[in-house]
Design a protein around this ligand. Structure first.
Ligand code: CO
Length: 287
């Protein structure tokens, strides 16, 4: 089994999002517009918000891809033009297929807005293949308790499986194309060899401590792009805990044009998305 090397390390930049919260964003960035099929990775927080100060992303549309929200701390309420509403809590995942189009809002829960508290989470955008860009919108909401988790035999590596398979645990979420999305916690001395199928492209994003990815040190806030191979080694050789997301998937290799909340295959389709949104065809949230 060929081990994947790290071919490039990218430092996340800080970016203001939504109604004014800061994210760490490894991409898109100048020089790294996507890691096909992934379009964006945002780490929100961790930060503490004071009572009455929490902000989020009020009503906005999406078309042509999927938004995957993984909340590590805090509470996030959401509602959309299809009538779905709910609250994401610590450890929950929401996999939203925007497909043909949806208008949604992603806001701190009323409790968090009232009382304040700690927020930390990820949003990842996954592109849809051309044939699926206009599928009806769909939600998969998976509470933390239903996400498969596993620990390595030496007890030093822990994984939560959002998509794909790790340490014998298979994800409960259905994806349009083969995707691997895992949250790894490595205690001091923890080391795993995780299969990443040869036809996948992907990366590790470290968000706590230092991790040796394919033998190369990757620090908090850095993304490591994986070279070709079938397995990646993740090791924590430091004395402090470390944590990372591992994301990989089969690249679509299709033309991609994006602007704001829309990601399509041609400029004409992008234009159409704006026209449809302006004409109200993506609906609106009923309140
Ligand atoms: Co959104």
């Amino acid at each position: 089994m060929k081990t994947r090397d790290v071919v490039r390390v990218v430092q996340a930049h800080r970016q203001l999002e939504g109604a004014g919260f800061v994210v760490r964003r490894p991409f898109p960035a100048p020089g790294l517009l996507q890691v096909d099929p992934f379009l964006l990775v945002d780490e929100m927080g961790p930060f503490d918000v004071a009572p009455g100060e929490a902000t989020g992303a009020p009503d906005h549309p999406h078309r042509g891809f999927e938004t995957v929200t993984y909340l590590l701390e805090g509470e996030s309420g959401h509602e959309d033009s299809a009538g779905n509403r709910g609250t994401l809590r610590k450890g929950d995942v929401q996999w939203m297929t925007a497909g043909d189009g949806v208008v949604h809002s992603e806001m701190p829960s009323e409790r968090l807005q009232r009382e304040g508290g700690r927020m930390h989470g990820f949003q990842v955008w996954v592109n849809l293949p051309k044939k699926d860009k206009r599928v009806p919108p769909k939600y998969q909401e998976i509470p933390a308790a239903r996400l498969p988790k596993a620990t390595s035999s030496d007890g030093k590596a822990h994984v939560t499986v959002i998509a794909g398979e790790a340490l014998g645990q298979r994800a409960v979420i259905a994806t349009h194309t083969p995707i691997l999305y895992q949250d790894w916690s490595l205690e001091a001395g923890g080391r795993v060899e995780q299969p990443v199928p040869e036809n996948f492209e992907g990366f590790a994003y470290v968000f706590q401590g230092d991790v040796q990815v394919g033998g190369r040190t990757v620090k908090d806030g850095q993304l490591a792009m994986l070279g070709p191979g079938e397995v990646v080694t993740l090791a924590n050789t430091s004395s402090a805990p470390a944590r990372l997301l591992l994301l990989a998937g089969v690249p679509l290799r299709e033309p991609m044009v994006r602007y704001g909340p829309f990601v399509m295959n041609t400029p004409e389709e992008l234009e159409q998305a704006f026209l449809d949104y302006q004409a109200g065809k993506l609906g609106q949230i009923q309140r």
